[in-house]
Structures are given as structure tokens and as C-alpha cells.
Design a protein around this ligand. Sequence first.
Ligand code: PMP
Length: 409
Amino acid sequence: TRLNVAPVPPDEIFALNHAFGIDTHPQKVSLGVGVYRTDDGKPWPLPVVQKAEKELEAASDAFRHEYTAIEGDAPFLPMARDLMFGFEGKPSEEEAKARIATVQTVAGTGANHLGALFLAHHMKPRTVWLSNPSWANHMTIWELAGIPRKTYPYYHASTRAFDFDGMMSSLENDAEEGDVVLLHACAHNPTGLDPNKEQWIAIAELCERKKLFPFFDSAYQGFASGSVEEDAWAVRYFFTAKPDMEMCVAQSFSKNFGLYGDRVGAFHYVTNRASSSLRDVVVNNLCHLIRGEFSMGPRAGTAIVKKVLSDEALVKEWHADLKVMSSRIRSMREALYAELVRLQTPGTWEHIVQQNGMFSYTGLTLKQVYALKDQYHIYLLKSGRASISGLSKKNVAYVAQAIDDVVRN
Ligand code: PMP
């Protein structure tokens, strides 16, 4: 062969998911991959999505399998933008809208990737700063884009809290003008720890003063708190309070619409001038990258999102579905915490209820993670990240008992 290939380690999350799938133990529990599950451990196609699907089926549009456009499905783009930035159709905001170049992507991963590639071509940042820890795929995405990576402190292991001071001093002292700073818009993956509003304001000010380039990854809007406004607060704050700053937003619809395999997403490049000609050139360059790579985003999932977002009654139902998911996750955090307290498991466990979104960064060690898998058939990431939605009323006592046992031994 003329190939020069060395093995790449398998993706931890998907490998773990596979191991879980073939495990035949009746009490096995998957706390690995970040997907929503019901209290019966089943996937939950959102009721509003099922309704939209039925309506789309009934309409049987002859164009439903046709090509859309390179930038994506035309009506979907402003809907995605308005959901992220909060315009809600207000005409007074035409100027602000002229700052945003939006294209459809292959879900959130594709949006992160397209953004990284676009910056690599047109901004050539010296460094991208990722939180330590971060979603592992951020590493891969920026590696493939050829941008050197550095990390800023994010997690304080001893207090299991967000290390705001560490993050700020690292970016203050070590980041340089033009560096990209990757920020999780909400529900930080894997720690479940987000800056509060005051801290976001300070981060925005630091980026502005040091001329750092914010790149938001928004994968959990509405899914984390149950409110699409609340979960978009940081993005909207940067956008409105710092109009001189440019930034990017990678937007995923995988979790908040439960459209994981449909690959629905958008990428937004925010310029610092309300200039539709600049916006159009940015879109045009993004289209060049899209065309050479995947021609256009897929059609079926955006049709569903469009159907929901264009109908006020369906939007209300969607918001109710978001509440169902976020509240069940919250109640599972509380149930796990209560069980650990009841068992008097050594250590402190408040962080489980204080963290936000899909994941808990449990603080369990690698040895304990392996023991959970080997002795109890409970699967979580080596970092101790647990996907809370894998918990249910039926298995939470079992999981707590198992954690208690591995912590004590
Ligand atoms: N960013 C983060 C932080 C995520 O957790 C995820 C989902 N695991 C994504 C992006 C993108 O997911 P998808 O490509 O499925 O939309």
C-alpha cells in the first residue's frame, strides 16, 4: 500500500455505547452518550416533532427530496438565527440582522467544523483556546482545521466548581490578539458548569479588551434550563452589548428537537458592521467551503424544525417538550443526590444538583469508573462524566448503591 496510516484511538463515546449495546446484563445502565432518554430508558421523539412529521407527510410535497441551496434551506436560516439571537420577527432589528451571516450545516459538529475551517482560511488565528476539559470533539475539529490548540483552566477539581479566576487569568496573561476562544453557550460539556451572568459580562469585556475572538458552541439551547431565552443569554449578551466585536456561533438542533440523526444545525458569523454586502461575501465564502465538502445540509430535519418554528401553537408545544426533558433530568440529579446522601457515601455530592444540562462531572476516578463498568455494568466516560438522562426512577437506587460501593472500596 502507498498509504501511511497509523491507528487512531476509537471515539470514546461511541465505543462505550457499543460496549453497552452488547452487554447482556439485565441491570446495565448507560450514562455515556449524551442523548435524552425517558424514565423507561427509551428514546423520546418529541411529541411536537411527531405532529410536525405527520403534517409534512400529509402534505406530501413533491419537492421534499429536491436539492435546496448551498447556504441551506432559505426559510430555515432566519428562523435558526432568530431563535439564537432573539429577534422574534421584530422589524426594528433589521440593522442587527445585517450583521449575521447564516448557513445551514451538518448539525452542531458540522457548524463547529465549518466555522473552524472558515477561520483557518480567512483569519488564520495563531491559537484556539479550549476549556480544560471540553467536548473531546473540539480537539479533533480544530486539529483537522490545522489551528494550534491551547487550553484555559475551567474546572477546579478540589471544589468541583467552575474555575472562573483560572480561566480569566490564563486568557489575560497568555492569550494574544486574534486568538479564538471557544465558549460553551450553556450546559458546558462535560462539566455541567456555566459562568453566571456577571462572569459572562467579564468574559465579554476581556475578549473585547484583548481583542480575542469568541466562538460559541450552542448545543443545548432550551434543553438545559427549559427556556430558550435563558440558555441563549450569553450569546445574546455578547451580540448586543459588544457590537464592535466579531464572533461565531455553532448552533445544534440535535438535543433541543431530539433530531440527533437528522443532522440539523446552523453556523452564524457575526460581523461588527451592519453591512449586508459584507454579510453576503461571508455567506458566499462559507458556501464555497460547503460546496466543496457536502454541497448543502440535509433537508428532512430542517423541514420539521421549520414547521414547528413557523407555527405559534407548535412553538408553545415545543417549549413544553423542552420543559419535560429538562425537568426529568433535574429530578434525576436530585434523586441521585438524595440517594447518595441517604447512603452517606463518603465525599460531597452537591455538585450533582448544582451542575446544569445533560451531564454531571461526577468527580469519580478512573478506577471507580472501571469498577462501575466491570462490577455493575454502569457505563460512563473515563473522565467521570455521566449522562444524567440515563438515570431513571427504576435504576437510580442501583446506580447510587454502586457508586457508594466503588467509592468505599
Ligand atoms: N457541541 C457540544 C458541546 C456537544 O455536546 C454536542 C453534542 N454532543 C455538539 C456540539 C454537537 O452535536 P451534533 O453534531 O449532534 O449536533
